[in-house]
Design a protein around this ligand. Structure first.
Ligand SMILES: [Mn+2]
Length: 323
């Protein structure tokens, strides 16, 4: 195993054909990194395919090159290497065991990456995997044009939460600025990412927010998605994506909880912290897991019983953290 930008650049330079993939449930950084890399490698004369286990979310289909992305998990045989971006090879959902001899090259910014690829470059300092792809293309003196820059800018734009999260540093902004100089249409990206929600999703959000509750001390706010809400608004579970951000956005709230009914005796719970309370230990104590600021657990109980069981434990957990 070897690592670093130089090792990855050298490995990619020598490839004639490349298969690119990313994690299941891909978001902006995952798709943008794949496409930015793919479009540049194609310009270099390489044979490139992209294979993802899950389809491209609709709001990202405006990205240049999305037509190159195929959906499936069977790895075709004729490629020199598999390049995985924004996660480790194991999280692609591809049947890696069926291609044991395949060389893997990994570009990722997650500190949790297990470094299992043949060649890897892991940089947790990078705001997005797309920022790393940009560094790599510059390092390799590879082609960059408006389409490639549009993909890579979208990576940084989405993974920083539109330049709001703590990973928004001078580097991320400087590189975003350079990418914009290729003529990227920033409003087109923002509009597709943030202003293409369905009417039903907005009605669903209305139902969910109408019943938002908050603890007496104002530190914990929670929302509940009942299954009947989907029928009332013509929506699906995936339409609740991002709803947890609303209780967290309440002034004074440190921890937000989302209860989502997923069957008669099944509730999916998400926890989000503003940064001062570690919610990963909270989820672990309930049998789940996650990160310090974002975690979750699935409970096999009715919605009411789940809330009665979990909320006192959240309040108890808050006592560990001095105000
Ligand atoms: Mn990412």
């Amino acid at each position: 195993m070897t690592g670093g930008i130089k090792a990855v650049a050298e490995a990619i330079k020598n490839l004639r054909s490349v298969l690119i993939s990313t994690h299941i449930s891909p978001e902006g950084d995952a798709i943008g990194s794949e496409l930015g890399l793919a479009l540049s490698l194609i310009k270099m004369g390489k044979k490139v395919s992209i294979l993802n286990a899950d389809p491209v979310p609709e709001f990202l289909r405006f990205l240049p090159g999305t037509g190159l992305i195929k959906t499936g998990s069977e790895i075709p045989e004729q490629y020199d290497a598999l390049v995985v971006v924004d996660c480790e090879p194991e999280r692609t959902g591809l049947k890696l065991k069926d291609a044991p001899g395949l060389k893997t090259i990994n570009i990722d910014h997650h500190v949790t990456n297990p470094k299992t690829a043949s060649v890897f470059w892991i940089n947790p300092e990078a705001a997005a995997a797309g920022e790393m792809v940009y560094d790599l293309l510059l390092f390799m003196d590879a082609p960059i044009d408006k389409d490639i820059a549009t993909n890579l800018y979208t990576c940084i734009f989405t993974d920083t939460g539109s330049f709001r999260y703590t990973n928004t540093d001078a580097d991320a902004l400087a590189k975003s600025a350079k990418l914009l100089s290729y003529g990227v249409d920033t409003w087109k990206i923002a509009e597709n990412v943030y202003e293409t929600k369905s009417f039903g999703r907005m009605k669903l959000l209305g139902l969910v927010l109408a019943d938002m509750e908050i603890s007496l001390d104002g530190l914990v706010a929670w929302v509940t998605v009942k299954e009947e809400f989907y029928r009332m608004t013509g929506t699906k579970a995936e339409d609740t994506d991002g709803f947890i951000n609303y209780p967290r956005a309440v002034k004074g709230v440190e921890v937000a909880v989302l209860f989502r009914e997923a069957g008669p005796n099944k509730v999916k719970i998400s926890f989000r912290s503003k940064g001062r309370v570690n919610v990963s230990t909270l989820a672990e104590n309930l049998g789940g897991g996650g990160h310090p600021n974002a975690s979750g657990v699935v409970m096999e109980m009715s919605l009411e019983k789940t809330r009665d069981f979990v909320l006192p434990r959240v309040m108890e957990h808050m006592k560990i953290f001095p105000a």
